[in-house]
Design a protein around this ligand. Structure first.
Ligand SMILES: Cc1ncc(C[n+]2csc(CCOP(=O)(O)OP(=O)(O)O)c2C)c(N)n1
Length: 573
């Protein structure tokens, strides 16, 4: 960690409580929004919020606070902040913390706790939240002296956003919140810059120039590092085709020439075939997740690997790397761009082969029948909303359809629980994203199972007038699990039926949210128009065929070369 420089103490003032110091430190750090839920052990902080410059959003479940803060961070590039009381409040944050950890999202989670003299006594609502969250945070602190509050909070923000970002936790016992101090020490962290490894970049260039079938493998680190433009320049000037992980969609525009789509379990045929055929993978900020690689020892069997990453722990973790380039992605890719500029690669046959494969295998939307075909609806939705479209997804078939069929112009446009795959993310994430970017067409795409997991946040939308749009793709089942049972468990449909769902339109209306239902394909265009034009929050409940599956699919444990396809759509257009 970088050495911190102690700042001068603020001019001596009347003694202030730890809670007031927390609030003033958050203000000083430029925090504008905090998502949270109060309770006994954090009441002094809530008391101190009154009249402060912080906008507190009262969600209806702490998991919603963590997911909303996560999406806020993804949408703005800033650190998301959430807070909860001790015990059950704190444990309700856990899924959101794990979600941020898996996707490297900077987040500061503040929890109240029982007074220090009660800690370890099984006091009312006491949980060792530090112990519980240890494996899913980047770092955590219990503050034991009110005078330490500013320094710990500043350090927490620094740790959350520096290097490979992630969630951190600050636990504030109640006596620390009420305790008074005249001290106010802050800390200032200089910006860390890792020098560019020019020797490694030169080796990377050599491999790129020697390759006949190079392929760019884009991971979520590109967006996190702010390396989108550098990546686009690299892809543009070299012509090297690219594939993306789920989390990285939009890093190059999904309609950019040479972009072959998402790789992996529900990736495109063109992307997976290109990976298997490539002789060089140029990996930018990706971690070789198993949903992307399929059976690891058959993944990209002919490819050497150049791996750019800020986290040395990722290098060689799952796949041998020929040239590691450790450090800031933007600086690394820009240095590579400078080397490859001006001397074109001779990979024309490979470009033609992979891009014509993509064209030949492009998704088709001419499904038979009167019913709504969800992939077609999602494709039309993203095209209608245009470049300001932002999808906040839940988890399931609908999530994969969004990844496959929506057009994304920037990585902030696709918010998804990638690493953790947490149902319930979509609605609070949409709330956070819409608050971060009120002008954008932010749409939560959810399934009937996922939506129920945080449905209470409809109340939060209503309270704050957040004009989030919701597309609820209702197949009366836990669709993705149902699909696996159909394909891999001999059609033994165990506990996936949701045909007794409530009337979602009536439920939304009861929360004060505009809502309507469609169930025919000829209603899709008007439905999308109505949804996007609605002045406030609005839900479009879409009934879809419960038997519809996500294609293509790499069966679990199989190689990406062994994709299953939809026989209805085989062959050229
Ligand atoms: C919190 C949580 N519990 C369970 C799962 C396992 N799971 C993954 S997809 C899925 C079904 C999702 O159903 P739904 O939200 O209706 O979406 P669909 O697949 O039908 O589009 C389940 C249960 C999960 N990912 N997250």
């Amino acid at each position: 960690m970088t050495a911190a420089t102690a700042l001068k103490p603020a001019p001596a003032a009347a003694p202030r409580s730890g809670a007031r110091l927390l609030v003033s430190t958050l203000e000083r750090l430029g925090v504008d929004v905090v998502f949270g839920y109060p309770g006994g052990a954090i009441m002094p902080v809530y008391d101190a919020l009154t009249g402060s410059g912080l906008k507190h959003i009262l969600v209806r479940h702490e998991q919603g606070a963590a997911f909303a803060a996560d999406a806020w961070a993804r949408a703005t590039g800033k650190v998301g902040v959430c807070m909860a009381t001790s015990g059950p409040g704190a444990t309700n944050l856990i899924t959101g913390i794990a979600n941020a950890m898996m996707d490297s999202v900077p987040m500061v989670c503040i929890t109240g706790n029982v007074a220090t003299h009660l800690m370890g006594t099984d006091a009312f609502q006491e949980i060792d939240i530090l112990g519980v969250t240890l494996p899913i945070v980047k770092h955590s602190w219990v503050v034991r002296d009110p005078a330490d509050v500013p320094a710990v909070i500043e350090e927490a923000f620094h740790v959350a956003r520096s290097g490979r970002p992630g969630p951190v936790l600050v636990d504030l016992p109640k006596d620390v919140q009420v305790g008074l101090t005249s001290e106010d020490f802050g800390f200032h962290y200089p910006n860390e810059t890792t020098p560019v490894d020019h020797a490694a970049i030169a080796e990377a260039e050599q491999l790129i120039r020697a390759a006949e079938r190079p392929l760019i493998y884009i991971g979520g680190g590109v967006k996190i590092a702010g390396a989108v433009q550098a990546l686009r320049d690299f892809a543009g000037q070299t012509g090297i085709p690219s594939v993306s992980t789920l989390n990285a969609l939009g890093s190059v525009r999904t309609d950019a020439p040479g972009f072959l789509g998402m790789l992996g379990m529900h990736g495109t045929k063109a992307a997976n075939e290109a990976v298997q055929e490539s002789d060089l993978l140029i990996v930018f900020g990706a971690r070789f997740d198993d949903r992307a690689t399929g059976k690891l020892n058959e993944f990209a069997p002919h490819a050497k690997v150049v791996h750019f990453d800020i986290d040395p722990a990722e290098i060689g973790k799952l796949r041998a790397v020929h040239v590691p380039v450790i450090g800031d992605l933007t600086a690394g890719i820009e240095a590579l761009n400078a080397r490859v500029a001006g001397a074109p690669l001779s990979i024309e046959p490979w470009i033609v082969r992979s891009t014509s494969n993509a064209r030949r295998n492009a998704f088709r939307y001419d499904a038979p029948g009167e019913g709504v075909y969800a992939p077609a609806l999602l494709n039309e939705l993203s095209r209608t909303a245009g470049d300001s479209f932002v999808a906040a997804c839940d988890v399931g078939q609908h999530q994969m359809w969004v990844a496959q069929h929506c057009e994304f112009s920037r990585p902030e446009a696709h918010l998804t629980s990638g690493g953790l795959g947490a149902m319930g993310y979509g609605l609070p994430a949409g709330l956070g994203a819409k608050m971060a970017d009120p002008e954008a067409h932010v749409v939560t795409v959810s399934g009937d199972g996922s939506f129920m997991m945080n449905i209470q946040e409809l109340a939060t939308l209503r309270r704050y007038g957040v004009a989030l749009k919701i597309v609820l793709l209702d197949n009366s089942s836990l669709g993705l699990v149902r699909q696996w049972q159909e394909l891999f468990f001999a059609e033994n449909y165990s506990e996936v039926d949701l045909s007794d769902n409530p009337d979602f339109v009536a439920v939304a209306q009861a929360f004060g949210i505009e809502a309507f239902m469609i169930d025919r394909r000829d209603q899709v265009t008007d439905g999308i128009a109505r949804l996007l034009a609605a002045p406030g929050p609005c839900l479009m409940h879409v009934l879809i065929d419960p038997r519809e599956n996500v294609w293509p699919l790499v069966p679990p444990g199989k190689s990406n070369a062994e994709m299953m396809h939809d026989t209805r759509f085989e062959g050229d257009m």
